[in-house]
Design a protein around this ligand. Structure first.
Ligand SMILES: Nc1ncnc2c1ncn2[C@@H]1O[C@H](COP(=O)(O)OP(=O)(O)O)[C@@H](O)[C@H]1O
Ligand SMILES: [Mg+2]
Length: 430
């Protein structure tokens, strides 16, 4: 597993080590140039020193080992050498030159003074060693400091990351029933976005959980009524004393079952369309064709109530989920047929306006009072005094499907006869 602490430690220490190396190399090259200049100047000592006599060559300093001083007479014969270096040749030219010997390169200065050729030589190897030594001595304290810096980084980063541990333990304390926001005071600015994002998630989670709980509670409550009715109706079937009574009780019993089945179907539809889907399986659809098949499906119900149902309009292309839109249209048409008194009228119209595809379902029933139009979309809400059986879930399902499709829904009075006009506006697809 990746560790920020490890990564920071290794990267910073590697960076520092590379930095030290670069500094050492720089010092080495600068020192080499300066040592070269300095020692070249020192090599030229015969020019200055020998005015008083040939014996005044450097003899009693530390440099004695570093320098080789040789005297040659006019014939080129070696008459004196401060060290036994046989291989050091007599250089031909006066002044500075560099010669290569088996022991390495040597820097040589040759001068003619008082009848003698004097050459002073120094191994370049020695000079390099001196430069390297200078570089090493300069960066040594820095190198010794590296482990101390490592420890400092280790503890500082550990301390800096401690708020994350606090956040983790605060998150661990959250449960399905305890979803209160994490404390965001005294949190470093770098950890703040994480805490805010978690708090945002906690709020959404708690809303979703609350919704789910109340949905389950409402559903259980609503299911209890038809189930109790079914139990009573089944007892009535058992107690029937003759065939006529039994047939009547059976009819009631079946109606009770139908109601419970309808409720469960609506509950399932609500549950299915309540989830927000990230990538809905949308396809190109024709709103008019969808409306036609919805109307055709409910034609028998309309016929049974002698409702004059008609559909008209023009094709309107939209993007959406055919099954969901079918459920939405059926719920709206079903309401229009159910809540309109017998022999009434229901009109379904599909039309365009600007970039919208519009579905309008109107009836000449009792309509919905203006102050009820907000609440009518709540689950299990039914207008007080509604006699027709139902679950109160239809418009909640419709609302969810409308939202899922990025559409909008509005309720109006149907003109000229009072009734309800439901208008759903979709974005027309091109
Ligand atoms: N076209 C309509 N005309 C009059 N009232 C309606 C109409 N549509 C819906 N309503 C009212 O809205 C309530 C909620 O409708 P809905 O959510 O479909 O549930 P359900 O139809 O199961 O009662 C209904 O009980 C009814 O009172
Ligand atoms: Mg309904």
């Amino acid at each position: 597993m990746k560790s920020i602490r490890h990564q920071l430690l290794t990267r910073l220490l590697t960076g520092l080590a590379i930095g030290c190396l670069a500094v050492a190399l720089c010092i080495y090259y600068v020192a080499r140039t300066e040592i070269d200049e300095l020692f070249d100047f020192a090599l030229a000592v015969p020019d200055i020193d020998l005015s008083g006599g040939v014996g005044a060559h450097p003899s009693n300093s530390d440099m004695e080992q570093d320098f080789v001083v040789q005297f040659h007479d006019d014939d080129g014969k070696l008459s004196y050498s401060s060290q036994l270096i046989d291989s050091l040749p007599r250089v031909p030219d006066l002044g500075y030159s560099t010669v290569t010997l088996p022991s390495g390169k040597w820097r040589v200065y040759r001068a003619y003074n008082h009848g003698h050729y004097i050459q002073v030589a120094q191994s370049l190897e020695e000079r390099r060693v001196l430069a390297a030594d200078a570089a090493l001595r300069t960066i040594m304290p820095l190198l010794l400091l590296l482990p101390v810096l490592g420890l400092l980084i280790w503890f500082t980063v550990g301390r800096g990351l401690r708020p994350l541990t606090h956040v983790a333990s605060a998150v661990r304390q959250r449960t399905a029933s305890v979803l209160n926001p994490l404390p965001s005071a005294n949190i470093p600015i770098e950890v703040q976005p994480l805490v805010l994002a978690i708090n945002d998630l906690l709020i959404r989670l708690s809303r979703a959980l609350h919704g789910l709980r109340s949905f389950v509670a409402d559903a259980a409550h609503e299911l209890r009524t038809p189930l109790t009715a079914i139990r009573i109706q089944s007892q009535l079937v058992e107690r029937a004393e003759n065939n006529d009574e039994r047939a009547l009780a059976y009819a009631d019993f079946r109606q009770g079952l139908d109601r419970a089945t309808h409720l469960v179907t609506q509950l399932l539809a609500l549950a299915r369309h309540e989830q927000e889907r990230e990538h809905p399986a949308w396809q190109s659809l024709d709103l008019l064709a969808l409306a036609r098949s919805g109307v055709a499906e409910l034609a028998p119900l309309a016929a049974a109530r002698d409702i004059d149902i008609g559909i008209s309009g023009e094709s309107a292309p939209i993007q959406g989920e055919a099954e969901a839109l079918g459920v939405m249209i059926c719920n709206l048409v079903d309401n229009a047929i159910r809540y309109t008194p017998e022999h009434g009228r229901v009109d379904v119209i599909v039309r365009h306006a600007d970039a919208q595809a519009i579905l309008e379902i109107s009836d000449n029933g009792p309509g919905i009072a203006v102050d009820e139009r907000e609440r009518i979309f709540d689950r299990f809400y039914r207008s007080p005094g509604t006699r027709t059986t139902g679950s109160g879930l239809g418009l909640a399902i419709v609302k969810n499907i409308v939202l899922q499709h990025g559409a909008s829904i509005e309720l109006e009075d149907a003109m000229p006869e009072h009734g309800l006009l439901v208008r759903v506006r979709f974005t027309k697809s091109v």
